[in-house]
Design a protein around this ligand. Structure first.
Ligand code: NAI
Length: 542
């Protein structure tokens, strides 16, 4: 990797924070970010800057123990004198009090006011209505990019450290879309669906963030992981937008890799990768795989970055099996806190703490989850003390972080938008309805189903062109060996005499009404051409 700066507080051009304005001014020779004092001088007038406020939620299970450990390190390093940590109420206690979001209104308002949230892990009620609070927070506050760093650490033995293979790469995961919309419906007795949404502007946001972060970190190769060979339209869009956005970053090389090959490569040759950008679910899985490469979830920091609000949290969960025992590893939460310090420009303090952590790990100070050369593990509080004792020193064999000159927290709390921001990538696209897919809850065999549907549609502008079951074509051609379930897709397309663009949506609705009189229709999807290209996929075997 090229030597570079550590900041990554980068966003789309529009909603720049003060942090980014200053960084931009840096390039043009204006204000120097590194040299801003705690009091800022504009045109000779001195303003005392308000301390940066950070909403603080310790979380559930081991959350309070590891958050205590991190705050004790921050305290010893003087961070708590420079930043204002504001406790907020969220997590299992709020769920238990009957709030299905797990976040009180006051907590929500505080996070919006601060623009920064430092949180411990929070439990998700299994089953029932309660959604993952962690996912809700990221989505509600528009924290669209999840940045995680995976790096070999001293004293943390892994297959790779023993083999002398360095692991050091970032994963940028899209954080809002994909199946994480959690849009699920029971369609029939036997079938449940989950809608997978990928948008062009959502993809653009995460790709742009990845490239800007790569530039800021001196990373010269960014991979896009995907499954566009199968999900040609959704992952195809994610990949196309990656290629499109990459054109604005000519100094960064790009490559793409299919997700299954990526997983194998990561295990075989993790040193090939510097940064990988991925859709949400694939990114989730690859992130945990990557955590395994560097010693487990206890060592993987995570930042959820948005244009307005950013959330910093450990990637692991509440570890109920060890909660309350004082043995949990606070490293992941601490490293996430360091990402947060860097996000707001406190690179010097972040480097000092990171070097103390590296020194402690190198000296064999470790919690019970880490195998470290036969040394006795310490508890959470003693681990934190081991870091505090080494503040000001650094690792000897492992590369220490360069400590920048004095820096100052700079972060402007977000200005509340008046309405939700509409993001658009493609405008002025011409679309035309060319048919409809109907989804039926029925156990009728394909041939008989086709016969009945053809009779129902004979005097409409549409002809039956396809029946598929679980995405595999079963009519007009197919195999009787294709096992089927009680849920069919039936496709109607314009009869040849109708030209594309002649009919609007209304005839497809009329067709739907006609079919619904005889069948249990569970879903309806108009088929459209967009700028002359079909906006729908073919069936397997079609
Ligand atoms: P988990 O990450 O809590 O635990 C998995 C295993 O890793 C356990 O054996 C645990 O003891 C160990 N472990 C995790 N963090 C550790 C640490 N810091 N030090 C030492 N050992 C550690 O995953 P699990 O059990 O699947 O989830 C428990 C709860 O946490 C669930 O309610 C889940 O929804 C929630 N969760 C929350 C997350 C968040 O707040 N971002 C992320 C993942 C899960």
């Amino acid at each position: 990797m090229k030597p570079g700066i550590e900041g990554f507080g980068v966003s789309d051009g529009q909603n720049l924070t003060q942090n980014q304005h200053v960084a931009d001014d840096n390039k043009t020779g204006g204000l120097r970010y590194d040299s801003l004092p705690a009091q800022m001088t504009f045109f000779g007038v001195v303003f005392m800057s308000d301390p940066v406020r950070i909403a603080l939620a310790p979380g559930d299970g081991i959350g309070p123990e590891i958050m205590d450990a991190c705050m004790s390190v921050f305290n010893a390093a003087g961070i708590t004198d420079m930043l204002d940590f504001v406790p907020v109420d969220m997590g299992e206690r709020v769920f238990a009090a009957g709030d299905s979001r797990g976040v009180t209104d006051e907590a929500s308002a505080e996070v919006e006011a601060c623009g920064l949230l430092y949180k411990g892990p929070m439990g998700t009620p299994i089953g029932g209505g309660g959604k993952s609070i962690n996912v809700t927070l990221r989505k509600t506050f528009g924290a669209f990019a999840n940045l995680r760093q995976f790096r070999s650490l001293p004293g943390v033995e892994t297959v790779y450290s023993r083999a002398g293979v360095p692991v050091d790469f970032f994963v940028v995961r899209e954080n809002i879309e994909d199946t994480y919309g959690g849009i699920e419906h029971r369609l029939t007795n036997d079938v449940i669906e989950c809608k997978r949404l990928i948008s062009a502007p959502g993809s653009d946001q995460v790709h742009r963030f990845a490239f800007r972060t790569a530039e800021a970190l001196g990373i010269d190769l960014v991979h896009c992981g995907h499954k566009a060979n199968i999900m040609k339209m959704t992952d195809g869009l994610f990949l196309n937008r990656f290629r499109e956005v990459a054109k604005d970053f000519p100094d960064v090389q790009t490559a793409d890799v299919i997700i299954d090959a990526l997983c194998m490569n990561l295990v075989l040759r993790p040193q090939v990768y510097q940064m990988i950008v991925l859709p949400n679910l694939q990114g989730d899985i690859v992130s945990d795989l990557a955590a395994g490469l560097v010693g487990g979830l206890g060592f993987a920091p995570s930042a959820n970055i948005g244009d307005h609000i950013s959330i910093f949290e450990a990637v692991h969960g509440t570890a109920p099996d060890i909660a309350g025992k004082g043995v949990a590893n606070p490293t992941s939460l601490l490293l996430s806190g360091l990402l947060m310090l860097r996000h707001i420009g406190m690179r010097k303090q972040a480097a000092i703490i990171e070097n103390a952590l590296l020194a402690a790990l190198e000296d064999g100070v470790h919690t019970a989850d880490v195998a470290a050369g036969g040394k006795e593990p310490v508890g959470t509080a003693d681990f934190a003390q081991g870091i505090i004792d080494r503040l000001g020193s650094g690792p000897e064999k492992f590369e220490a972080k360069p400590v920048p000159q004095a820096d100052t927290p700079v972060h402007t709390a977000p200005t509340r938008p008046v309405v939700n921001t509409l993001m658009r990538t493609f405008e002025n696209v011409v679309s035309h309805v060319v048919g409809a897919d109907l989804y039926l809850d029925t156990c009728i065999a394909p041939l008989e189903l086709a016969d009945r549907l053809q009779r129902l549609a004979h005097d409409t502008p549409f002809k039956l062109t396809l029946i598929s079951n679980r995405g595999t074509q079963v009519w007009p051609s197919g195999s009787v060996y294709t096992e089927i379930v009680d849920y069919y897709r039936v496709r109607f397309e314009l009869k040849d005499k109708h030209k594309i663009g002649q009919l609007g949506i209304a005839p497809t609705i009329a067709l739907l009404s006609r079919i619904a009189e005889k069948f249990d229709v569970t879903d309806f999807q108009p088929l459209k051409y967009f700028d002359g290209e079909p906006g729908y996929s073919l069936a397997q075997g079609q």
